[in-house]
Design a binder for this molecule. Structure first.
Ligand code: BGC
Length: 734
């Protein structure tokens, strides 16, 4: 698809509208709100939030109280044309508010209803970090397209996704929302997501606007602590962090959300380098930029703005088009334009962008959803569930297997671990449309598969280990399947962790399970890479299952019993110990690479290498790589390799191609993914795989954002992960 731009007749309509609008109406288009909570509790809303953050009430209790709360939907302001967008999932209310905007406001400009539809809406798919392990762009696109259908049936016409923050630090909770650490894989993912959400032509009834977030470098927050500061060279930003953003802008993404963090001293919310220069000028982005929630207001706490008025001026001038929930534009922009503190041209530009997206989405023609549409997905269609299952199976990564898996149906299973029977926990962070009735827990999945299974809770991420329960479950069992990991609330926003080992007493559960002498399978349910050095040493089989979405139980059962041969490949490095974070495969070369000698880049008290490298994932079969050759053409380098299935299971391998630019005018990464291909192989079968890298893609950006292609030596690698590769060197001139 091409970059987002309006058709001529639509652009004319936008200009006509702009001419008719008052300054107040223009500012209204830039104001986004969520329904305000006005009361209905015994304590004030602020106090309630405090109680939640201090742990005096649980998330569940908070949720229940919120359901009963009174809300203000700001109808009067909508009628006055002072609100342009609403954050809402309530189709009836959305229609009602839309009717006020369209039929009762002076110019009848529809609202843009947005919502966080991150990894599915009602059909919840695996968390993005897990979905990225499929390395499958058809699936990336299909899940976004299903999400768009379901969300648009609720009159949600804008999602705050895809989140394409490159995440190299597993301590950061939002790594679960991201496609992982690699800019190339994230680029494939972000393009596919934009196609899936927006369709071929923006404005289709069942399509919604995508929002790339968070711009920029949010994944690099210092020490993995959420909302923290980010400092990095422009060259690192452009080579390591922005490729998925650039790719998605080229694919036609209609909106972008600025990140909470500062970038080199200037919060992204008010950062003209990022918003005006890189995004709008260099990338030629014609959609609009929205702030993150209350981020304009937070510029005061950042110490970059004196007060809300100052933040309003700085944001609009930096190129921030829409204010999410800060009330900065709402309270100050009209006066600022009238007294010429902010120019009318600056305001017009932002409004033009917002109206362009509304126009392209077809909101002026179709502002409402029908009763029938609203109810369309009350029961999920079979094909949505099938897609969720397909993606979930392919997201599972086999980390270790000492001839324990697959299990046979006649083996008696002792299933233990609280997470195995918590249906809503399959959803993971940011799955606001998910419903319990659609969720299949692992316990349910095993029962549906006809397994002979005895279940005991035994231990959870936050509940103590009970040895008696384990003994009871294990007594007659042939194998113990222990479901361990994190709750959904342990990843996602504001969920950074400083210790990545299994939380609570879950390792105790594994130790005691091993002490029974029966084979043990650790099934991991988590939202980030964990530090699993102990588990890798002791547990004979480990399956990384993430939070796989509504069909989790069926997907896990299919893999445990070998109905599906695992094919997932890690989208992120797993450190051996937390102290190795941030750990990622494509780091810049150092003068003293980690080695045996003390005076190399290493820790005294941790292994040199991470536990599982990027791209890693085992299968029930074995693949052998042979006959790796390179061939140069005028415009590309062609890599050919034969992959042979040497085991007794059919399967699918992801053949990965990495490149190292040996010498450059800037320090280059030790290895970078430049392509991959999936190949299906029956037992004994061998296939030639051909991968091509365009020469123009072998360059890099310097700090001035110039793209350099430098002659010299390049090493090409192929393999089934980023560590175990065959290599060939080639000398290239551009
Ligand atoms: C998050 C965004 C999200 C927004 C709206 C913020 O707290 O950082 O990713 O889209 O809330 O819900």
């Amino acid at each position: 698809m091409a970059k987002f731009t309006l058709r001529e007749e639509q652009a004319l309509k936008v200009e006509e509208l702009l001419k008719k609008m008052t300054v107040a109406e223009k500012v209204g288009q830039l104001h986004q709100l969520s329904p305000s909570i006005v009361g209905g509790f015994d304590v004030s809303f602020e106090e309630l939030i405090e109680m939640l953050t201090e742990g005096r009430i649980t998330n569940e209790e908070f949720g229940q109280m919120m359901e009963g709360a009174e809300r203000d939907f700001h109808e009067e302001e909508i009628r006055e044309g002072r609100i342009g967008s609403f954050l809402l999932d309530d189709p009836e209310k959305a229609n009602e508010l839309q009717r006020i905007a369209v039929e009762e406001s002076r110019l009848g400009i529809p609202l843009l209803i947005g919502f966080d539809v991150i990894h599915g809406f009602q059909t919840v798919f695996p968390i993005p970090l897990g979905e990225a392990c499929t390395w499958n762009q058809e699936l990336f696109e299909a899940s976004a397209s299903i999400a768009a259908k379901e969300a648009s049936s609720h009159n949600i016409r804008w999602t705050f996704a895809p989140m394409v923050d490159i995440a190299r630090d597993a301590r950061w909770g939002r790594i679960s929302e991201s496609p992982g650490e690699d800019p190339y894989l994230a680029g494939v993912y972000s393009r596919a997501k934009v196609r899936g959400f927006q369709g071929k032509e923006p404005g289709g009834q069942e399509h919604i606007a995508a929002c790339l977030k968070h711009f920029a470098a949010y994944g690099a927050v210092e020490s993995g602590q959420d909302y923290n500061t980010v400092s990095m060279a422009h060259s690192m930003l452009h080579n390591g962090y922005l490729p998925p953003v650039k790719a998605a802008v080229e694919e036609g993404a209609m909106t972008v959300m600025a990140a909470f963090n500062d970038y080199n001293g200037v919060p992204c919310t008010v950062n003209p380098y990022l918003l005006r220069k890189v995004l709008k000028k260099d990338y030629g982005f014609e959609g609009f930029v929205v702030s993150d929630a209350t981020a304009i207001k937070e510029c005061v706490a950042h110490g970059i703005a004196a007060d809300l008025a100052d933040a309003s001026k700085k944001a609009i001038e930096a190129g921030m088009d829409m204010d999410m929930n800060s009330h900065a534009y709402h309270n100050h922009l009209e006066t600022q334009v009238e007294d010429k503190t902010v120019s009318i041209e600056t305001l017009n530009e932002a409004v033009r962008r917002v109206l362009s997206v509304k126009m392209a989405l077809g909101l002026f023609e179709r502002p409402y959803v029908s009763e029938e549409e609203m109810k369309r997905y009350e029961e999920l269609p079979k094909e949505h569930k099938e897609a969720a299952l397909e993606t979930a199976k392919r997201s599972i990564v086999l980390l270790k297997n000492e001839q324990v898996l697959p299990l046979r149906k006649d083996q008696k299973i002792a299933l233990v671990g609280e997470l195995a029977d918590m249906p809503m926990e399959v959803l993971g962070a940011w799955s606001l449309g998910g419903r319990e009735k659609d969720c299949v827990s692992i316990y349910q999945g095993l029962k549906d598969a006809g397994a002979s299974v005895t279940y005991q809770t035994c231990c959870g991420p936050e509940s103590d280990f009970c040895k008696e329960a384990l003994m009871e479950a294990a007594e007659d069992a042939d194998v113990i399947v222990a479901v361990v990991g994190e709750t959904s609330a342990m990843s996602g926003e504001a969920a950074s962790r400083s210790d990545l080992t299994l939380p609570g007493q879950q390792q105790e559960l594994l130790k005691e399970a091993l002490a029974t002498g029966k084979p043990v399978v650790a099934v991991l349910m988590n939202g980030r890479p964990l530090a699993l050095a102990w588990e890798q040493e002791h547990v004979p089989a480990i399956l990384e299952c993430w939070q796989l979405g509504i069909e989790m139980g069926h997907a896990v059962a299919d893999v445990l019993f070998g109905a599906y041969n695992p094919s997932g490949k890690l989208s992120c490095t797993f450190p051996a110990v937390t102290g190795q974070c941030p750990r990622y495969y494509n780091h810049p070369s150092t003068g003293r690479p980690a080695g045996k000698s003390k005076f190399t880049s290493r820790y005294l008290d941790a292994p040199l290498a991470p536990l599982y490298p990027f791209g890693y994932g085992l299968s029930y079969t074995e693949y052998r790589y042979e006959g790796f050759q390179l061939k140069e053409t005028e415009t590309a380098v062609l890599a050919q390799v034969t992959v042979r299935n040497e085991g007794s299971y059919g399967g699918e391998e992801t053949v990965q191609l990495y490149v190292r630019d040996v010498t450059g005018s800037l320090v280059r990464p030790v290895k970078e993914l430049k392509g991959f291909q999936k190949v299906r192989l029956s037992p004994g079968e061998a296939k030639k795989v051909l991968l091509s890298v365009e020469k123009k893609d072998l360059g890099f950006y310097n700090d001035e954002m110039e793209y350099l292609l430098e002659d010299g030596e390049f090493i090409f690698y192929v393999g089934g992960n980023s560590r175990d590769c065959m290599e060939q060197e080639i000398s290239l001139k551009f």
